[in-house]
Ligand binder design. Structure first.
Ligand code: ZN
Length: 338
């Protein structure tokens, strides 16, 4: 076992309740995948579904390009299927050339070998999902530290409603999202319902790809691009098709703008005291490696490309500036020797 994996597994076990450790459950799959610093060597191949899978042979998005900058580099989630990376680069160029969008700030794609993550998303596991910030790229290179610290800005009104603020969500934002939806590789795009509403109302161009722009929770700081399974990935599980005949601006959007999706979950009634003690769990409650497609075990064990492509190396990110030393006042002088 690779020492990182062994270390991760030990950490995982230490973090679990003693009863679970005593049963010798395997570590959470997310710890195994988050411990991988480099992709596996070989041809690209996605295994499983967007929310339960992994990717072999992933490529890194270079941290800087002519019209993009990758953000939050410390998370090491700028890896994806080469088609995903190519699509981001193409969108960055097209949006700058045609849509008045100066460049992309690129958020999470996938971990080097995909798989579940320690925080953040359920999807992004097979290298076919990418988050693009809704703030335009500034006209300078952000420092590595800034890429950790700068916050994305919500495009919603600041009044608790579901509507976008037209000062923050502009026609250029709409052009960027519709440009992404226009690519045939794109299966769907997730946006906040308020964003979908604004595009439904305002968009006067070709509406044939509007159906791909799907309302969902969150997604008002970034939008999310999902590609179809790619050729050469027979183990990639497709998502149900978008109904391209319905632009989604009618009933579907009305439901998202109603109270129903936002109602608090019904309180769970506490179960009656069981008469018999609950049976011992035979598996942990978290996702383990064997819950993923069998090929993902091989993806974890495979060697990294040698040498590692330069784009896949994440530079050292400087720590945040230290707080100044506190003033400690005059220091007593030692007495002169007698
Ligand atoms: Zn996302």
């Amino acid at each position: 076992m690779h020492w990182m994996k062994a270390f991760a597994a030990a950490l995982a076990l230490a973090a679990l309740a003693p009863s679970a450790a005593a049963q010798d459950f395997p570590p959470p799959a997310k710890i195994l995948f988050a411990s991988e610093a480099a992709p596996s060597a070989g041809p690209p191949q996605s295994f499983g579904f967007y929310t339960k899978g992994c990717i072999a042979g992933a490529e890194a998005l270079p941290i800087d390009g002519p019209n993009w900058q990758a953000m939050r580099l410390s998370r090491n989630r700028r890896f994806g299927h080469p088609d995903t990376i190519a699509l981001i680069e193409r969108l960055a160029g097209d949006a700058a050339q045609y849509d008045g969008w100066p460049g992309l700030l690129v958020g999470d794609i996938s971990q080097p070998r995909g798989g579940p993550m320690l925080s953040g998303h359920a999807s992004h596991q097979v290298g076919l999902d990418a988050d693009i910030w809704l703030n335009p790229m500034p006209d300078r290179r952000l420092t590595l530290r800034e890429r950790e610290d700068i916050s994305a800005v919500s495009v919603l009104k600041n009044d608790g409603t579901l509507f976008v603020d037209p000062e923050k969500f502009t026609p250029a934002h709409q052009r960027l999202i519709m440009r992404a939806a226009s690519y045939p590789e794109v299966q769907r795009i997730f946006v906040h319902p308020g964003i979908k509403k604004a595009i439904c109302e305002d968009w006067t161009g070709d509406r044939s790809n509007l159906a791909k722009v799907r309302p969902y929770y969150g997604h008002h700081y970034h939008f999310h691009i999902r590609l179809f399974c790619r050729d050469g990935s027979p183990g990639c599980k497709a998502q149900n098709a978008v109904d391209m005949k319905d632009d989604g601006c009618g009933e579907h959007l009305a439901w998202w703008l109603s109270d129903e999706p936002w109602a608090p979950a019904k309180p769970v009634t506490p179960p009656k005291k069981p008469e018999k003690p609950a049976p011992k769990p035979t598996r942990p409650a978290y996702t383990i490696l064997s819950d993923l497609p069998a090929a993902c075990t091989g993806v974890l064990e495979a060697p990294a490309p040698s040498p590692l492509p330069a784009a896949a190396v994440t530079p050292k990110i400087p720590l945040p500036p230290l707080a100044p030393w506190p003033e400690i006042g005059p220091v007593p002088q030692p007495r002169p020797a007698e």
